[in-house]
Design a protein around this ligand. Structure first.
Ligand SMILES: Cc1cc2nc3c(=O)[nH]c(=O)nc-3n(C[C@H](O)[C@H](O)[C@H](O)COP(=O)(O)O)c2cc1C
Length: 184
């Protein structure tokens, strides 16, 4: 059976730099034989985590929103691509809410459901200094490590502000494609 990849776009801009970069990683994964499902967080309802821990007590998440279906998609996936631009030296609010809701998998009963899951990230931003992405890079490294999700690679692209500017960096898009191939 082909490997299943979930591609998560955490920018509200369709056809923006994050979407293009995530699509390139997805293209590489498809070229390696995977089936890819794309999620646009900006078009879904994903509320903030309340920290009620109902999910740790064997219950459904208390928030009845799109995450309920997405938990099932995550469980069925072999790999996840997380894409977010840098917004004020952090991830977008869309991506932060999404990652917060992964607390669902932070109990033994649910953790085993994502055993073996791997990941890649795509992080474009406007400034030229790589250090601009430090907070986002660390956010993913530490959060995914905590969840025992193996982070296989991060594509960090400075100097892209305008929508679609990343198309002028074909070598970075090729790198994203190559990462997708290694993801599955
Ligand atoms: C609310 C907001 C905050 C931003 N903060 C930063 C920032 O701190 N550093 C930076 O380099 N770019 C920042 N940017 C620029 C975006 O990272 C950049 O335009 C990126 O390419 C957007 O990706 P997208 O096309 O996928 O939406 C910000 C943009 C917005 C809208």
């Amino acid at each position: 059976m082909s490997k299943q990849v979930l591609a998560v776009v955490g920018s509200p801009r369709r056809n923006g730099n994050t979407h293009i970069l995530v699509s390139k990683i997805a293209e590489g994964a498809r070229a390696a034989g995977a089936a890819v499902d794309e999620l646009f967080l900006g078009e879904l309802t994903i509320r903030e985590c309340d920290g009620c821990h109902a999910c740790w007590k064997g219950k459904e998440c208390s928030k009845n929103d799109d995450m309920r279906e997405i938990y099932a998609k995550i469980i069925q996936s072999d790999a996840i691509i997380f894409g977010t631009p840098v917004y004020w030296y952090g991830p977008t609010a869309l991506m932060k809410a999404f990652i917060d809701r992964l607390v669902y998998f932070n109990c033994p009963e649910n953790r085993r459901k994502i055993k073996g899951l791997s990941a890649a990230t795509a992080i474009p931003f406007e400034e030229e200094d790589l250090d601009t992405a430090r907070g986002v890079v660390e956010f993913f490294q530490r959060s995914l490590a905590y969840l025992e999700i193996e982070l296989l690679g991060q594509i960090i692209v400075p100097g892209v502000g305008e929508k679609g500017a990343i198309r002028h960096k074909p070598e970075r898009l090729q790198e994203a494609h190559n990462l997708g191939r290694t993801l599955v």
